[in-house]
Design a protein around this ligand. Structure first.
Ligand code: ZN
Length: 103
């Protein structure tokens, strides 16, 4: 598991460790996959946007945070998580392009 700002984790008696900062619904699975909600998710998207230089990784367009589209490289529905490694910054046009098969 990457550090990623999780100061401590609290062991639960089941499959998940629960992040103790921010929104308690977020969790880290034993294999390190992170699933974030609420304020944790918002914070993660901001970290992704900062990491990508506040630009769309496809076309290089400079984006205000409000306009960034967080893209999961591996879709959530296919098991992708909310880790930094699985997220990238896109503009709305390129995000639509990536998901054009959705219709
Ligand atoms: Zn773009």
């Amino acid at each position: 598991m990457r550090g990623g700002g999780h100061k401590d984790v609290e062991q639960t008696n089941y499959r998940y460790q629960v992040a103790v900062y921010g929104d308690r619904r977020s969790y880290i699975r034993r294999d390190g996959a992170e699933f974030l909600f609420g304020s944790d998710k918002k914070k993660r998207y901001r970290d992704v946007w900062e990491r990508d230089g506040r630009r769309c990784v496809d076309c290089g367009l400079l984006l205000p945070f409000e306009a960034m589209h967080p893209h999961h490289r591996l879709e959530r529905s296919k098991g992708g998580d909310d880790s930094l490694a699985n997220l990238e910054t896109l503009c709305s046009a390129d995000h639509r392009q990536k998901h054009r098969h959705w219709r």
